[in-house]
Design a protein around this ligand. Sequence first.
Ligand code: ATP
Ligand code: MG
Length: 556
Amino acid sequence: MSETENRPSNFIRQIIDADLASGKHTGVHTRFPPEPNGYLHIGHAKSICLNFGIAKDYQGQCNLRFDDTNPEKEDINYVKSIQEDVKWLGFQWHGDIRYSSDYFDRLYGYAVELIEKGLAYVDFLNAEQMREYRGTLTAPGKNSPYRDTPVEENLALFEKMKNGEFKEGECSLRAKIDMASSFMCMRDPVIYRVKFAHHHQTGDKWCIYPMYDFTHCISDAIEDITHSLCTLEFQDNRRLYDWVIDNISIEAQPRQYEFSRLNLEYTVMSKRKLNALVEEKLVNGWDDPRMPTIAGFRRRGYTPASIREFCKRIGVTKMDNTVEMGVLEACIREDLNEHAPRAMAVLDPVRVVIENFDEGKVETLTVKNHPNDDAMGSREVPFTREVFIEAEDFREEANKKYKRLVLGKEVRLRGAYVIKAERCEKDAEGNITTIYCTYDPDTLGKNPADGRKVKGVIHWVSASESLDAEVRLYDRLFTVPNPAAAEDFHSVINPESLQVIKGAKVEPSLASAEAEKAYQFERQGYFCLDSKDASTDNLVFNRTVGLRDTWAKIEG
Ligand code: ATP
Ligand code: MG
């Protein structure tokens, strides 16, 4: 068996195993081919983990190739963000970055070769006529009147196209295949169109651009890609992929294999829709922590390992399905539970006065950063006469199930002493403003000497030593599991996907928190410093994920 315990098995790896065993290939070369027209999302992560993961496990190579044949929709900023995201996920491409546009000269040459072989022609049907001539799934198409233009004439026309002598939409180069094919993509597909657009890599050199189906397979062949992995919507196009490779003079014989896209509940993955969310300012940019983008997850506190683990768990098949958000959240929760240092933050503070603790005294307590991992060390947490606790952690009366602070009863402050609530003060509306307590000085790191049982433990911060912070709580971006199915996705946007808490209090050690590095805020969840909006005197924390899967509860 070539699989190790950690290696996923899937139908693509089985194909590769067979290709290596039969000697069809001696090595594996994959590629990840994003179009630089948006940020990468979690669906791309699936493709990245698959392509780079295979290269790694088989000691092969994986190229990063920008599929840049639509200059109008592309942008150099996307080229940059995509590289960053791939690296952040923990992968390194083989050699230099590739661009399909690197091959524009060669692609042009192959198009000329097809014309010379009588396998391509310049067509002057307009878009509407072309649609009409194409036929339907049930009716065959009919040949364009330009289909039989002599080779010499086609060569001259194609050269004119290249030289900018035709307007956009006036003509195109089409492969001459079969207007009656049951695969629509084989009915003389357009392989070059006129487009007077500035290109982020090639500038103004070209005014004709090759189509994806013509470009992709040739780029794969040029790069000696052995297994070209793409999503299922390209299944039919595989005929065209093979047709092009078979009809041009190129040695390599890459093969395309399709797998199902990742769909994730309560979010959208189409770049068009993600772009609309950004453009219409419905979110704060591509890296808004609510976005399903790699940059969004990173800013939210997700780790590369958690996303790789997620991609491993969902596997690779040909079956269409939608994955629950809970699967992704479980991955980050497990990772952070093990690796995130603990800290204390109070999101909805209420003042506690410990009347028998000296006024003005600051006692420095040493608290472990992780309950089960001594290697993570400890930190100093100041304890003072006044502390803040969570408003919901105090009640005047409560039954036995409520293991927090209750009038006349005791509770432990995490990492500190046992306190007892003596009385409380309220404002005119009846809100509790101050809780007066006493503490037992003999309970630091131990149970009360007389055997009193104190079950509850609550988190707290010193009133005078804590820092102010803004905390951002995120919820699903959409109100329905499949927003892509909504007629207008605007109508299913969750208006409460972001809750901003302004008056939170956090322990002073968090002044040195690093952006995007998550902490477990005791009893609250996992949070990380925001990478954009936080500064030394303005702490802003993003909630990465709660401690438990609350969604399952809502639905269950
Ligand atoms: P869109 O249709 O929104 O423009 P795309 O699939 O065209 O997205 P590309 O940049 O062309 O985006 O994708 C690069 C690679 O990532 C392709 O191989 C594509 O199949 C793969 N990919 C894109 N979305 C997903 C997804 N949801 N699940 C798995 N793979 C995906
Ligand atoms: Mg695409």
